[in-house]
Every structure is written in C-alpha cells, then in structure tokens.
Design a protein around this ligand. Structure first.
Ligand code: DLL
Length: 443
C-alpha cells in the first residue's frame, strides 16, 4: 500500500476526498449529477430532445443509475449530423474554447468548453498527472501538437495547475526536441507512445547518451499500445511509462489515467459514468467483462454527452487500488471496435499482433499491417522492422525470425501471416498518432 495522507505539502491536485470516495457515496454523487445532465440535455439540445421523445423518456424519471441502460446511445454520427455546434447545451457566448476530434474521414467533430468546463478539465488532468508521479519539481516536455487536438492543451494546463514547469514544445522536429529536452532538463515527457519510440530511435542514431538527459517519467496516451511497447519505451528512455486515456468528444485527456501502481487507468468517475456494453447487441455487460466503453458526462456544461459510444474496447475493475484510490480502473484498451480486424474470420486487434511480435528477439517496435483479399481469401502481410544484425546478416537469422513470428501468430492468435522484414528505420514514423493498418480489401 502506498502511503498517502492529505498534508499541506501535498499538491491540491491529489483530490483525496473525490478520489477515495466509497462506492455508495460516489453513486449518490453520480446520480445527482446525472439527473442534472439529463435535465440540461432535455432542455437545451434538440438531438437529445428527439432521442428522449422517441423512447418516451422524461429526465425526471431517473431515480437510479441502473435506469441509464434504458436510454439511447449517442454516436459519432449524431455529432456529425449536428456539425458544428448543434450539440452544444449553452449559447456560444458562454463557450470559451473550441477543439475538435482528430478524425481522418469526413468532417471532424467539434467540441466546446465553458470556463467551468475548462477548470474541471484542468483539475482532472492535474489529478492523473499527480497520480502518475508528476510534482511541482518536474519540467514537463509536451510533444503533442498544439492545435485543435486536445492532447497538448489538456496536458499543458494540467501541468501548470500542479505547479510544474511546462515546455510547450509541440510535435515534430525530433532533433530539436532532443536538444531542448537535454538542455532544459525535461523530466517528464508527454506524447503518443509511438512518438516516444521515435524519440528513442533518434537519440540512438544521433549517438546521444541517456545519462545526459533528466527524463524520469512519461505520460503517454491518445493511441493503443501494448505492455511490450511500454517495456521497450521504459528501457530505451530510462523512464517509468504511464498510460492515460481520453477522447475529445468526452473532454480530451483526463478521462482516465494510471497511478504509479500501473494496473489500469483510474476513471474520473465523479465526472464520468462508465458502462461496458456488448458492441453488437448494445446490452450492458456484467462487471469485469470485456466490451465497448460507453461514457456519460456528469458535469460538462457546453458539450454534455449521454451514453456516448467510444468504440474503445476495454474492461473495468472496481477493486480498490493499492494507491488508495477507489475510482474504477479501465484496462489498457485493446483497440477500437472499428479497428478490429477480421482476417479469415478471426477477430484480432493490431495491439495483439504487436504483443506477439515484440516478444521475438531482434524485433524493432515498428510495424505495419497490410491486408489484401486475393481470390476471395484474406491475406495479411506484416511488415516489421528488425535490427541490423538480422536484416544484413545471414539468411539463417532471418529465417529464424520469420518462423518464430509465424509460429507465434498461429499458436497465440490463430492467424497466419506473411512476414516481411524491413530494414531499420524503413517503416514510416509518426509524430502524432501512429496509423499501422492498411486495409486494401474491397468488401
Ligand atoms: O486522443 C485525447 C487524448 C490526448 C488522450 C492525449 C490521451 C492523451 P481523440 O483525438 O479524440 O482524443 O482520440 C480519441 O484515441 O477513442 C481512443 O481510441 C484513442 N485513445 C486515446 N487515449 C488512448 C489510450 C485524444 N491511452 C481516441 N490508449 C479514443 C488507447 C487511446 N487508445
């Protein structure tokens, strides 16, 4: 059990009262806030008015949290249809910030924040950063792109609230990132896990020595990553790597984050109600089962969401954590239900393939999945970077790698794949979220 006691020296951002509430008190708070959110959406958002009317629902009817399951879901499609401001529950004069999702297809979804929303967002980010071990003594290097994406601004204000020093570096220009990180003595790194690996690669290519850096902790999020990848980042950057989760439609980063125990990300349940549903039937699943995360916001003013389907696949754990927090923890997400690949009928997430690959000696943490359909048969090619020794040395080593990869993929995941070895640095690097799947099947 980690020692914790609210003392004057402790940053205010360990919100002891909220983060260690017992479940009954938490549920009472959640119900009260849910009722307010339902009233606000029923009064102010036409999309919710239509949804409620269609199922004969009166917001005043909800007297228990279980009744939430009777309400319709909100989807990205609802947000698209109400582009740009149709889902806002306050007039634009009360909106002080606008962000949008990083969607790559169609119109992005637009989200807004009132001043109170921004205050809560900042507090929640500061809370998970504190849980991950960031203190006022840290120098926090933010390598997320500043802009419409919520990552950089979210972590930026959270850092300031803790009283740590923020370096608003933004994304790209990895050589410069390294120079600043070294010279300014950055102790905490904030970016996507894939960019953390790009930074590690460049450090090695430039012959830089870890000892000349001050890094000690990483706060990584915005994309799925495996435990193997965590170990790789930790050993190559000499840091503790923590995971944090969020999505712009719900708030941005700060929805959930790992404490130093790193056994799941604590969800800010005093501000968000989490459910796990079967993505096919929409039914709420029993505690502990894997399914799609659905979130209802409990305190947001400008952009409340009721039963928003995140498409992210995870599992919730309600056991009290060793850190003392009682807030439920979500497991590392396995990917999105819409990222799930079905290859020759087998359901598989890219992160599961990543887990298998990274166990093989000589594998570099960079890969790309290319799926084709040839003569009505799915064909998966895994392009994977290997170290120089394997790529340039004898065929024997290459064969060993390919055989082991094929064997493991077949025995662990039940899929067959052609493995294509790629030379070091041969796979395109990403500064933001990595995109690792090229599905060329015309279905
Ligand atoms: O990625 C918010 C964020 C920024 C979270 C910085 C953490 C750190 P969007 O661009 O709207 O928002 O993308 C949201 O990214 O539905 C997940 O599929 C994925 N995602 C976010 N965090 C994680 C994570 C931000 N820790 C979408 N693990 C979400 C896995 C994540 N996937």
């Amino acid at each position: 059990m980690l020692k914790h006691k609210q003392t004057e020296a402790m940053p205010a951002i360990w919100d002891f009262a909220a983060e260690t509430l017992d479940r009954d008190a938490l549920r009472t708070l959640q119900l009260q806030r849910l009722q307010q959110t339902l009233q606000a959406t029923a009064q102010k958002v036409p999309c919710y008015q239509a949804k409620y009317a269609a199922c004969g629902f009166e917001p005043g009817d909800v007297q228990s949290l279980d009744q939430l399951a009777d309400l319709p879901f909100t989807t990205k499609e609802d947000l698209r249809q109400n582009y740009p401001y149709g889902m806002f529950a306050v007039p634009m004069r009360d909106v002080v910030r606008i962000h949008s999702s990083s969607g790559t297809t169609g119109k992005p979804t637009v989200v807004g924040y009132t001043r109170d929303d921004l205050h809560i967002w900042t507090q929640l980010v500061a809370r998970f950063m504190t849980a991950a071990g960031v203190t006022a003594d840290d120098i926090v290097h933010i390598a997320f792109g500043y802009g419409l994406f919520t990552g950089a601004f979210g972590l930026h204000y959270g850092t300031e609230a803790i009283g740590a020093s923020v370096i608003p570096m933004s994304g790209g220009n990895t050589d410069k990132q390294l120079m600043i990180m070294q010279d300014y003595r950055s102790s905490a790194l904030v970016c996507t896990p894939s960019y953390a690996l790009t930074i590690a690669d460049r450090m090695e290519q430039n012959g830089l020595n870890l000892k000349d850096f001050s890094l000690r902790v990483g706060l990584f999020g915005a994309e799925p990553w495996s435990e193997q990848m965590r170990r790789e980042i930790e050993s190559r950057l000499g840091i503790i790597a923590t995971d944090n989760y969020g999505l712009s439609e719900v708030m941005g980063p700060g929805v959930a984050g790992e404490c130093q125990c790193r056994r799941g990300m604590h969800i800010a349940e005093d501000h968000f109600l989490a459910e796990i549903i079967d993505p096919d039937t929409g039914k709420v699943l029993p505690e502990g089962e894997v399914g799609e995360l659905v979130i209802t916001s409990l305190s947001k003013q400008a952009f409340p969401v009721v039963r928003y389907r995140t498409r992210d696949i995870t599992r919730l754990n309600y056991q009290k954590c060793d850190c003392g927090r009682t807030l439920a923890r979500m497991e590392k997400t396995r990917g999105r239900s819409d990222d799930m690949l079905i290859i020759k009928g087998v359901n598989v997430f890219p992160t599961q393939i990543e887990e298998v690959l990274f166990q093989i000696e000589g594998c570099q943490p960079h890969y790309q999945l290319v799926i084709d359909r040839i003569n009505n048969m799915d064909r998966l090619e895994i392009q994977v970077e290997v170290n120089e020794h394997i790529f340039f040395d004898e065929m024997k080593e290459q064969r060993r790698f390919v055989n082991e990869a094929e064997h493991k993929l077949a025995s662990v995941l039940g899929i067959s794949a052609n493995i294509k070895l790629i030379e070091p640095s041969g796979i395109i690097r990403h500064e933001g979220k990595a995109s690792r799947v090229l599905d060329r099947r015309k279905l």
